[in-house]
Design a protein around this ligand. Structure first.
Ligand SMILES: *[C@@H]1O[C@H](CO)[C@@H](O)[C@H](O)[C@H]1NC(C)=O
Ligand SMILES: *[C@@H]1O[C@H](CO)[C@@H](O)[C@H](O)[C@H]1NC(C)=O
Ligand SMILES: *[C@@H]1O[C@H](CO)[C@@H](O)[C@H](O)[C@H]1NC(C)=O
Ligand SMILES: *[C@@H]1O[C@H](CO)[C@@H](O)[C@H](O)[C@H]1NC(C)=O
Ligand SMILES: *[C@@H]1O[C@H](CO)[C@@H](O)[C@H](O)[C@H]1NC(C)=O
Ligand SMILES: *[C@@H]1O[C@H](CO)[C@@H](O)[C@H](O)[C@H]1NC(C)=O
Ligand SMILES: *[C@@H]1O[C@H](CO)[C@@H](O)[C@H](O)[C@H]1NC(C)=O
Length: 887
């Protein structure tokens, strides 16, 4: 388990970071250290010398045996053109290097574990609440309604959903499974009991009646019309295939994801969709790589961007990091389904209260206010006066402020109250945490009205209608990017997320045993919306590989950029959270101008890729004159220079914009004609590079009412300047990295360890940023080396040298006694959960050889992003105090 910090402390002063060292669990918590890998091999035809020797798998196993490498195979993959290889456990992780040297081996990658993005909010809904959320509001804002109106509903398109399975017995998901049904096929790759940490037990039936996530996802694509909520799926005539890769609880590993993806490809899916992921910031994981390759063959692959918006930039999720996949951000629905109560004794319209369900209270109930003062700041924060009546017969009205809601509710509960309305004091109208109490927020002006009536002696009473009380409340954040959406870009500066679809406050289907209908929020909900949108596109343009390959460009170039706020004139939200904007499906399907590429990636200052070229093609039947223009988005201020950590979300944006000039800003195209344009983009001047500002925006080609755009993204700093290892004391009150001794205290002086039981040192460090390579090596204790980070004792000046580099053999002219750990493409740590990296050392090298008794130091090295592994100056390094092995 990893240490966590309450979310309530977010954004407060630095001191709240300070986290107790004793809470650090002294266990090794890096992923991929269980010796499980996915080995990729070349097709037999690509290994001429081995062609005669059998399948690529047989060749691989024979070579491994010849090299005396111990291994056991869990799963073979054989999808020529996409992925050939095997998931295996290797007896000795040191053999990874040997496996890579084996002829025909293309890559070896550790197996990672992924959760499904945890839903941000989740509620079941009862059909009594007819007309409740406006599912269709999401269809109106994206043009899906316009396509449905002309009969385009995704017929003939196959969508594979990799998720928790589907409750296909749902009456509005076709009530059946197999050919002829909406859920036309699929497979359960794992079984109910699978958790991601045990062995899958596959069977042929992907029914989900225990988790629900996949059923909600499926409904967004496919719920049939005619239901009590008047909902329709985005592509409700498409065929759905359920690939169940999660059990009832827990996570999934890469090897199962790849298996599911390849199964879907083999079964002829046109679209594959995955509402899952884990933040690692790199495009290199097997799940990402395979997703990207499938997309490159002309299938559409949609994957959730992740729900880690609170953690700030550079935190993208895999497998959504797959370069050619469509990573999907979420926007909030324009309405929230809420309830309203009626007022008796005074004249007032029904008052909205923040609850999806009606309060369980029949009939008209008198109201009691704990204060007649409508400006009281600490209402009911202290025990109520003894003169307070028995409140069990009342609904209690309380003003928000000063103490926790639960503290107020406890004070009124002391007088028997069971139901309370808390009126806002200006902090905002939203969901609140009230424990088991029946209580929620109402808006300030409604509370003031009620309190004033009571103060004037008017006997006001309220009634909570048990049916028919639902209202579509205009969401204060409606249409904006959901704050929970994970921010990009990837560490290697790829454009993630790609596009936004509605994912906040979405009503859809649930398994019958879990409530039948439910409201959920997350990029998990936005992702099937994109999959359904792609089905509409393919239904019109055909299911060819060429259409599939252009889908992302069509969606991105026609999307609608989203602002940071609902106030006119405020900057557009950074592309690092919204991608190209909110999907406009009708425009993508019927655009008569194709702008390509739709992503212009300018990279960092060291690898600046400007000027950028793109083409504008008139695919319409009329002559068009185009004008080019530039609309900037807010520049994301991604790093807090005082700590070197990513700035927490919502990531601040500035108005430091680029300037853009075109070689041709206006031109005329006949039908079928194409114009190439060169855009010269000059990064913003005068920005603080230590904040790693990511600038972004949109370049429009406009002709009459038609407007398409390219979206650009660049960094006004050099990635190689970004410190990757946290060397501050901000988090634990001691400078990191640090070795913790057997008692969990920072070790400064030499300590001997027996490596018996818990008597072993733990190396604790945090990644302030992702790193392409991390190494822990054992070195001699009298080494003359000053690490670049926090030396704990004085040493000679640094002796970095580039000439003596020989693979793993020495560093800074210092001999390395042996490798303890190597890890490629490590992600950064999460500044909201304060997840740290810990490795408990054993008395063996990585290859299993016992370390002889003696004194040593541990050298920790991390390569900077875009750094050259053969250049010592591109590594950060840290040297431990003396560790004695006495085992
Ligand atoms: C149901 O939705 C359709 C469009 O999808 C709309 O025309 C109709 O008015 C809605 N009916 C109700 C009762 O909300
Ligand atoms: C309200 O009245 C209905 C019908 O009499 C009853 O079924 C329900 O249990 C009552 N609810 C409460 C909270 O008393
Ligand atoms: C508020 O004013 C009303 C009317 O004067 C009075 O009955 C009630 O006791 C007052 N409430 C409190 C909490 O003082
Ligand atoms: C940005 O530049 C680095 C260094 O050349 C490169 O590795 C990376 O792939 C580039 N990113 C993109 C999206 O082209
Ligand atoms: C560690 O063990 C060695 C060898 O027995 C001994 O010389 C040294 O003093 C010990 N160091 C500490 C700190 O106990
Ligand atoms: C394991 O690594 C150590 C340190 O590099 C080395 O001395 C030893 O020979 C290696 N053992 C084997 C079996 O390769
Ligand atoms: C290593 O040191 C421990 C503790 O002093 C001792 O028990 C053990 O025998 C030593 N091992 C060898 C191989 O000398």
């Amino acid at each position: 388990m990893k240490a966590t910090l309450s979310l309530a402390l977010l954004g407060a002063a630095t001191s709240v970071w300070a986290h107790d060292l004793s809470s650090v669990q002294r266990v090794t918590n890096l992923p991929g250290l269980s010796n499980k890998f996915i080995v990729e091999v070349a097709a037999a035809s690509d290994i001429p010398s081995k062609r005669a020797l059998g399948t690529p798998h047989e060749v691989l196993y024979r070579s491994l045996r010849e090299r005396k490498i111990g291994f056991s195979v869990h799963k073979e993959y054989d999808a020529p053109g996409i992925f050939i290889g095997a998931a295996m456990t290797v007896t000795d992780s040191q053999d990874v290097a040997n496996i890579l040297k084996t002829e025909g081996v293309v890559a070896i990658r550790p197996i990672h574990t992924y959760g499904r993005p945890s839903p941000i909010a989740s509620k079941t809904c009862t059909p009594g609440d007819v007309g409740l959320p406006d599912g269709q509001s999401t269809h109106v804002t994206t043009g899906v309604s316009k396509l449905h109106a002309v009969g385009i509903t995704g017929k003939g398109v196959k969508i594979g959903i990799l998720d928790t399975g589907i409750d296909y017995t749902h009456p509005f998901l076709g009530a059946g499974f197999g050919p002829g049904f909406k859920v036309a096929g699929g497979y359960d790759l794992v079984g109910d009991a699978y958790t991601g940490a045990n062995n899958p037990v596959p069977d042929s039936d992907p029914l989900d009646q225990c988790a629900g996530h996949g059923t909600h996802v499926a409904g967004i694509i496919g719920v049939n019309p005619g239901n009590p909520f008047n909902l329709t799926g985005v592509a409700y005539e498409a065929s759905i295939y359920a690939y169940r890769i999660f059990g009832c609880a827990g996570s999934v590993t890469d090897d199962v994801i790849v298996d599911g993806l390849l199964m879907g490809v083999k079964a002829g899916m046109d679209i594959l969709t995955m509402s899952l992921g884990g933040s690692d910031g790199w495009t290199e994981g097997t799940g990402s790589v395979v997703s990207s390759r499938i997309a490159a063959t002309g299938k559409v692959v949609t994957i959730a961007a992740g729900n880690e918006g609170a953690s700030g930039s550079w935190f993208t999720s895999s497998p959504g990091n797959g370069i050619d996949a469509i990573s999907v951000a979420s926007s909030d629905n324009t309405v929230i389904p809420l309830q309203a109560f009626t007022v008796q004794g005074a004249t007032h319209d029904p008052i909205v209260y923040y609850s999806t369900f009606p309060f369980a209270l029949n009939g008209s109930t008198p109201l009691y206010a704990t204060s007649n003062d409508t400006t009281v700041v600490d209402d009911a924060c202290s025990p109520l006066p003894a003169s307070t009546p028995d409140l069990s017969k009342f609904v209690v009205l309380v003003r928000r402020g000063t103490c926790a809601f639960t503290a107020k509710l406890a004070n009124i509960a002391a007088f028997g109250a069971t139901t309370a309305l808390i009126y806002d004091n200006g902090n905002g109208f939203g969901g609140i945490s009230v424990g088991t109490f029946q209580a929620t927020l109402i808006q300030a002006e409604d509370g003031v009205f009620l309190a004033e009536q009571l103060a004037a002696g008017v006997p006001v009473a309220v009634t909570f209608p048990q049916t028919g009380g639902s209202v579509n409340f205009p969401a204060p954040t409606g249409g904006l990017v959901s704050t929970f959406t994970t921010y990009g870009p990837t560490n290697d500066f790829y454009f993630k997320p790609a596009i936004t679809a509605p994912g906040g406050n979405i009503l859809s289907t649930l398994p019958l045993p879990l409530g039948t209908w439910g409201l959920e929020s997350g990029t998990s909900m936005a992702t099937p919306f994109m999959a359904g949108s792609a089905a509409l596109l393919l239904a019109v343009k055909g299911k060819s590989a060429s259409v599939g390959k252009t889908a992302r460009t069509l969606f991105e170039s026609t999307a609608k950029p989203i602002s940071t706020t609902l106030t006119d004139g405020d900057p557009f939200q950074t592309v690092t959270q919204q991608g190209a904007g909110l999907v406009q499906v009708y425009d993508a399907v019927f655009a008569t101008t194709i702008l390509s590429p739709a992503e212009l990636i300018l990279n960092d200052t060291t690898h600046f890729a400007g000027p950028q070229k793109f083409t504008v093609k008139n695919t319409g039947k009329q002559v068009k004159t185009y004008t080019l223009s530039h609309v900037p988005a807010g520049t994301a201020v991604t790093v807090d220079p005082s700590t070197g950590f990513a700035a927490l979300g919502p990531v601040p944006v500035s108005t430091d914009y680029v300037t853009v000039t075109f070689n041709k800003a206006k031109f005329t195209l006949f039908p079928g004609q194409t114009q190439q344009v060169v855009a010269k983009i000059t990064p913003p001047k005068g920005v603080d590079a230590t904040t790693f500002p990511v600038y972004s925006g949109f370049i429009y080609a406009t002709s009459g009412t038609e407007s398409v755009h390219a979206t650009y993204l660049g960094l006004a700093a050099s990635l190689k300047d970004k410190q990757v290892i946290d060397n501050t004391d901000v988090v634990f009150g001691v400078a990191l990295p640090v070795v913790l001794d057997t008692s969990g205290n920072p070790q400064d002086a030499p300590v001997n360890y027996t490596f018996v039981g818990a008597d072993a040192p733990t190396v604790l460090w945090r990644q302030a940023f992702g790193s392409p390579a991390l190494r822990l090596d054992l070195v001699s204790p009298d080494i003359k080396l000053t690490g670049t980070l926090n030396a704990r004792a004085s040493h000679d000046s640094p002796v970095f040298s580039f000439s003596h580099q020989h693979k793993g053999g020495s560093f800074a002219q210092v001999a390395i006694l042996g490798s303890l750990l190597e890890f490629d493409f490590i992600g950064r740590n999460d500044e909201t959960d304060l997840l740290d990296n810990t490795v408990v050392l054993t008395n063996t090298f990585a290859n299993g050889t016992v370390i002889p008794n003696g004194s040593y130091k541990v050298l920790l090295r991390a390569l900077k992003v875009t750094g050259d592994a053969t250049n010592e100056a591109d590594w950060e390094s840290w040297l431990s105090p003396i560790i004695g092995v006495a085992a």
